[in-house]
Design a protein around this ligand. Structure first.
Ligand code: GLN
Length: 470
């Protein structure tokens, strides 16, 4: 069976009785299990949950009931997002035996819309990394070249979609973890506006930056999934409801800004060429291209890694060897119990960030580091606000490099952090941004980054759909 299916193809197939939801689910599960021997996109398959849901969809069809927007659509869920009854490890040994007692709000929503959750996908431990090599369970390989990384932290979700192990995926983006692996795997990924999607039931990395978002093969499918998961949730006080602007953008009216800071030293010339060609295509189709300035870009990475580590150090304090997951018996005191579990259960990068973050938040340093980083954050936000007075969408690269080989950057944390250079300003400013496949270098995909003002996801979808046709 051809598994290169869109959400619409599946809706048509179910209604036209080309397949039942159960048949389709089995096809995808079988294919995913086979392909995953090489790719390792999944940490767990949720076969029972999937088949159960598929039966419900088939019953609905038999009864002639109306189907939800994602009826029968095989979906992967990043392992930082809780699915009731399924293990949820966030890529960490400390949560290896933790089973989620409830559904995250986003999971509840996709289930109600009829999605079939086929498994939980691999990630860098607690979302810390850019390649999935920090997963305690081994890296996810890039489906386009198995010697290379899939990107991170959500490389499992994007590889699962790229390899047609499922049709859509739920990811989570704190500093690029949806967009970077989407670029590396050649799929579409959206980081929504901060507050657009509920974080209830999502394992926190840095709470002021984290957002759940869709991964798909087309912009249209990402849009459908986003519209299912977005909206106010009583269980997350930072979530908001807002009107979607139903404007159809004409390419002739589009003003596109190209930040000159995004084309500086360090950008791989091969990546640059693909991005410049993509911009040329938009220009030839009638879009108005102009250079813009985002002058505080150079401080973004430093500010991000202070805020990220600070918030992570606080969020990860809950993994104490008592409340969740790994619990090592035999410690002679309470402190030993904590130290043993954290020493044994957490990986090197996680420990590094807890130490850095605890330092940055400590008395005497808080003003110098955390507070200063927050001020930089405001400056970055203002850079974007100024730019959006002149342009509708900002376009540039997602990553400065092509997917690198497994092992290439893992020994040097700074080399790994550099991969986030274009993605973190968006999280710091709370904006929505999309990665859309722009082309390839050899067989390696390159994603085009599109950034819009807060709550203007629709503008990204329209621009993305226009670009896909060029
Ligand atoms: N590479 C980023 C980091 O390591 C990605 C984080 C994320 O988006 N979860 O912090």
């Amino acid at each position: 069976m051809n598994l290169d299916l869109s959400i619409k193809n599946i809706a048509d197939g179910l209604v036209g009785k080309l397949f039942s939801a159960k048949e389709l689910t089995k096809e995808f599960l079988d294919a995913a299990k086979k392909k995953d021997k090489d790719i390792h996109a999944f940490l767990n398959f949720t076969e029972d949950i999937a088949l159960n849901q598929a039966e419900k969809i088939d019953e609905k069809i038999a009864q002639g009931e109306k189907l939800g927007a994602l009826a029968g659509v095989p979906c992967s869920v990043k392992d930082a997002i809780l699915v009731e009854g399924a293990p949820c490890t966030a890529g960490s040994k400390i949560l290896e035996r933790y089973v989620a007692p409830y559904d995250a709000t986003v999971v509840k929503k996709i289930k109600e819309a009829g999605a079939i959750i086929i498994g939980k996908t691999n990630m860098d431990e607690f979302g810390m990394g850019g390649s999935t090599e920090n997963s305690a369970f081994g890296p996810t390989k890039n489906p386009h070249d198995l010697t290379r990384v899939s990107g991170g932290s959500g490389g499992g979700s994007t590889a699962s979609v790229a390899a047609e192990e499922c049709v859509i995926g739920l990811g989570e983006d704190t500093g690029g973890s949806i967009r970077l692996p989407s670029s590396f795997c050649g799929v579409v990924g959206l980081k929504p506006t901060y507050g657009a999607v509920s974080r209830y039931g999502v394992i926190a990395l840095a709470s002021s930056l984290d957002q759940v978002g869709p991964v798909a093969k087309t912009v249209e499918d990402a849009e459908i999934l986003f519209n299912v998961i977005r909206g106010k949730d009583e269980l997350d006080s930072t979530s908001v409801e807002y009107e979607i602007q139903d404007t159809k953008y004409k390419i002739q009216d589009l003003r596109i800004g190209i930040p000159k800071e995004y084309f500086s030293k360090g950008l791989d010339p091969d990546v640059e060429k693909v991005i410049r060609d993509a911009i040329k295509k938009l220009e030839n189709a009638g879009a108005k291209i102009q250079e813009i300035e985002l002058p505080h870009t150079k401080y973004a990475l430093a500010a991000y890694y202070i805020i990220n580590t600070s918030e992570a150090s606080a969020n990860l304090a809950r993994y104490d060897g008592i409340r969740y997951g790994l619990s090592l018996q035999g410690g002679s005191s309470l402190l030993d119990t904590y130290l043993d579990a954290r020493g044994e259960g957490l990986g090197q990068e996680v420990k590094r960030r807890i130490i850095l973050g605890t330092y940055a938040l400590s008395a005497g340093y808080y003003e110098a580091y955390y507070n200063k980083a927050q001020k930089v954050r405001t400056l970055l936000k203002q850079d974007f606000e100024k730019a959006f007075e002149k342009v509708d969408v900002i376009v540039g690269p997602v990553s400065p490099f092509l997917p690198f080989t497994i092992g290439e950057r893992i020994t040097d944390p700074l080399q790994m952090y550099l991969v986030d250079i274009y993605t973190v300003p968006v999280n710091l400013a709370g904006l929505p941004a999309l990665s859309v496949p722009a082309g390839k270098v050899g067989n390696l995909p390159v994603g085009l980054h599109m950034i819009a003002p807060a709550f203007e996801e629709q503008r990204l979808f329209e621009t993305g759909k226009l670009f896909e046709k060029l």
